[in-house]
Design a protein around this ligand. Sequence first.
Ligand code: PHE
Length: 334
Amino acid sequence: MEQTIEEIYEEAVRDIDAAADEGRIQELAVIYLGRKGKVTRYLRNISQLPAQQRPEAGKRANQVKQALNQTFRDAEERLGSAASTDERLDVSLPGRIPARGRLHPVTQINQEICDIFVRLGFDIAEGPEVEKDWYNFEALNFPKEHPARDMQDTFFISDDIVLRTHTSPLQIRIMEKQAPPVRVIAPGKVYRCDSDLTHTPMFHQVEGLLVDRNVTFGNLKGILTTFVHQMFDEQTSLRFRPSFFPFTEPSAEVDILCVMCRGSGCRVCSSTGWLEVLGSGMVHPAVFENVGYDSTQYTGFAFGMGVERIAMLKYGIDDIRRFFENDYRFLAQF
Ligand code: PHE
């Protein structure tokens, strides 16, 4: 016999102590106590010992076998429960707070604008972003050679189909469908081939249209003043500046007192004290003609504003492109 039972025992205990997991313990059980294991072989070989040594050797070997059985059971328990300790829930660990989604700042401002006009009795309408030349230009009294049709501004899909360059086509679509009176706003995306600090190829507008008997420029001023006071504050005064749009006559661009410097002049208002926020005017009789409204009976006003522009002024953002970069750190501020 090469190894004494004591040597086998010591070797087994060393191996078991060094075992890293339950799998290794099972391997060792086979090596020592399995059918061809070291202890089993030792027991089998006792018959070859001299007769006087056999009882004592058998007793020793059986003691070792029992002791190892116990050692294996202990080791299995130790390694098994160590593994389950790792999986145990640490209830003292602070929870992970999931990032909360929120509405995009442009969506928020768009809703704020719409809410103000809905409170003033306006309905909301929507129309297609891919638009016929007729609705985007022709019916709005744009002469054929008008610069607004220029390739530099308009995304053409075909000769006759464009990405709408403003929400004004909704004026035509609404009046085509319904007889006066009309009191509607139309929010939506518009497209222009333009990109810099204050322009993106896609941006949002809200169009307004009110048509009835005896509608005056005074009504236009009243509605827009109410809007600006609710959107910004009562101290934000307005300035109506003569302007030109083919579909309104007279036309006016509306400036508000600079929200940054309150009129004293700063970088945001280019030292003028005023900020342009929207275009407006009295609906041109030619437009009424195009939708079959009687321009001797009805008058109306229309206006259109850029949502990003309002959001930039309200939040003091100087680069419109921030809205479309989807930088979570920027968006999370609103
Ligand atoms: N559609 C014009 C624009 O883009 C704005 C406008 C709307 C002007 C309604 C007058 C009346 O820019």
